[in-house]
Design a protein around this ligand. Structure first.
Ligand code: FAD
Ligand code: NAP
Length: 407
């Protein structure tokens, strides 16, 4: 294969067009796609194509007429919007991976058929190895929350998963009755490619359960096991499970995320899939809708993955909005603790305008206690627009646009 190196736009701006067959995974697989990238991104595109099972048909110098980095670079000249004011129409971000020129029309919902479920069961779990375990909290935070990564390489079948699923962890040891500990579920916080994009790791975001009983501090069995675990340790893993929190295939969907504490785990995976540059190159999914995260934590020091989310908001001002509810530092309109439902009320009009768009999905994850508050806020917000929330919610659920996983 010969590749011409004609310069088209400056020293590092030589453009190449790559035509690929059978690119993508599952329902996203397309007969033919076409990418235009600069020379310095050609190699990572090739790796991404290989990872997505594509076959390269043609590589030629110069841009495709439809979408190219040159076109994106023109957009870069436009001044960014204020983070708190998402534009009504999503736009491609200059750093977004080039979109395929023959992108399919939006798929209406989530494809469930090819989602892996229960590849490993409690009787015969996969034995993973801890790769990393570090605190996600800043000084002065309440409690312990860790990001823990496991190596899943070497299984038959390979333990794989998609964003929005959970895995089971069976902690070592026995329970109060002397029986082997039972599994606990944890939402997966990494994308299907894993944090290192090696396609065989999984990461979790785990809070150590801690409460007082009869004057004693009690620590949760599995969450303590996980927060204390050292790299190199072997861990029994089951799953994956869950189809409630899957992302839609539609690259133009709008995604509203309501999270409390470690309920951020699936959202962290979604947001990496949408906005992490290397992940975007790997996944071939070119999100260009609107994503809005409303995140609740007790203190600023308890914010999880905050630097990443701030960066995404700076880099994708038209596509990502990040709103925080810091319950013990901020007050709601009534002078009480600021919860995510108070933020929903504050932005009721915009949220409902988004929800009226059939491309919008809402995801809620974290404390079960937040559900009534969110329901109340949605009822009030809907009423302001003349909508009856108790009627709309089941319709959204039926359309697979209202996703709840709380505990
Ligand atoms: P255990 O030792 O099992 O103790 C829990 C028990 O302690 C409770 O059943 C209750 O009997 C008792 N208890 C708890 N609190 C109190 C209290 N205040 N007062 C008195 N008794 C109390 N957790 C995460 O950190 N991250 C996640 O991403 C995550 N994802 C989940 C996803 C799903 C689908 C589900 C169902 C749960 C998820 N959880 C997550 C919760 C997780 O599964 C465990 O329940 C949690 O880690 C506690 O387990 P443990 O073994 O540490 O506690
Ligand atoms: P955390 O860091 O303690 O933060 C929880 C935040 O929610 C705090 O700001 C808290 O405020 C606030 N809050 C308390 N009651 C609320 C209410 N009724 N409505 C709205 N907000 C409320 O969180 P965490 O300990 O990680 O807790 C997350 C929970 O989600 C855990 O129980 C975990 O097991 C669960 N979880 C479930 C899933 C799942 O089902 N898929 C996934 C991940 C986590 P104050 O404390 O200041 O009142």
């Amino acid at each position: 294969m010969r590749v011409s190196t004609d310069k088209t736009s400056g020293s590092d701006g030589r453009l190449f067009t790559v035509v690929v067959e059978s690119y993508g995974v599952g329902q996203q697989r397309q007969a033919e796609r076409c990418f235009t990238v600069s020379f310095d991104r050609l190699q990572s595109l090739m790796q991404s194509i290989a990872r997505n099972g594509g076959r390269i048909r043609v590589v030629s110098s110069g841009p495709q007429p439809a979408v190219s980095e040159a076109a994106s670079a023109t957009e870069a000249a436009a001044p960014p919007k204020a983070p708190s004011e998402p534009s009504p129409k999503p736009a491609e971000h200059p750093q977004a991976e080039p979109a395929p020129s023959n992108a399919k029309p939006a798929a209406p919902s989530v494809s469930h058929a090819e989602v892996p479920v229960n590849l490993y069961k409690p009787k015969d779990p996969f034995i993973g190895t801890v790769l990393d375990n570090y605190s996600l909290l800043a000084d002065g935070a309440i409690g312990r929350v860790n990001h823990i990564t496991f190596d899943l390489a070497g299984g038959d079948p390979q333990l794989h998963y998609v964003e929005g699923q959970s895995i089971g962890i069976i902690p070592d040891g026995t329970d109060a009755n002397g029986k082997p500990n039972k599994l606990r579920l944890y939402s997966i916080a990494s994308t299907r490619h894993g944090d290192d994009l090696a396609d065989h790791t999984v990461s979790l975001c785990v809070r150590q359960l801690e409460y007082e009983k009869d004057g004693q501090t009690i620590y949760g069995v599995c969450s303590t096991f996980l927060c204390d675990i050292q790299p190199g340790a072997k861990v029994k893993i089951t799953g994956p499970v869950g189809k409630e929190m899957l992302l839609p295939d539609d690259e133009e969907a709008n995604i509203i995320m309501l999270a409390t504490g470690t309920g951020i785990a699936p959202m962290r995976a979604y947001l990496r899939r949408m906005f992490d540059p290397s992940e975007r190159e790997s996944n071939g999914w070119h999100f260009r809708g609107k994503a809005w995260l409303i995140m609740g934590v007790p203190k600023t020091a308890n914010l999880l993955y905050d630097d990443d989310f701030n960066r995404y908001e700076t880099e994708y001002p038209d596509n990502f909005r990040y709103t925080k509810a810091i319950s013990r530092e901020q007050q709601n309109a009534k002078g009480g603790r600021m919860y995510i439902q108070d933020r929903v009320l504050e932005h009721a009009d915009e949220i409902f305008t988004l929800i009226e768009d059939p491309k919008t999905h809402v995801y809620m994850c974290g404390l079960r206690g937040m559900e009534p508050g969110i329901d109340e806020a949605m009822t009030a917000a809907a009423a302001a627009k003349g909508i009856t929330w108790s009627e709309l919610r089941p319709q959204l659920k039926k359309a697979e646009r209202w996703h709840v996983e709380t505990y």
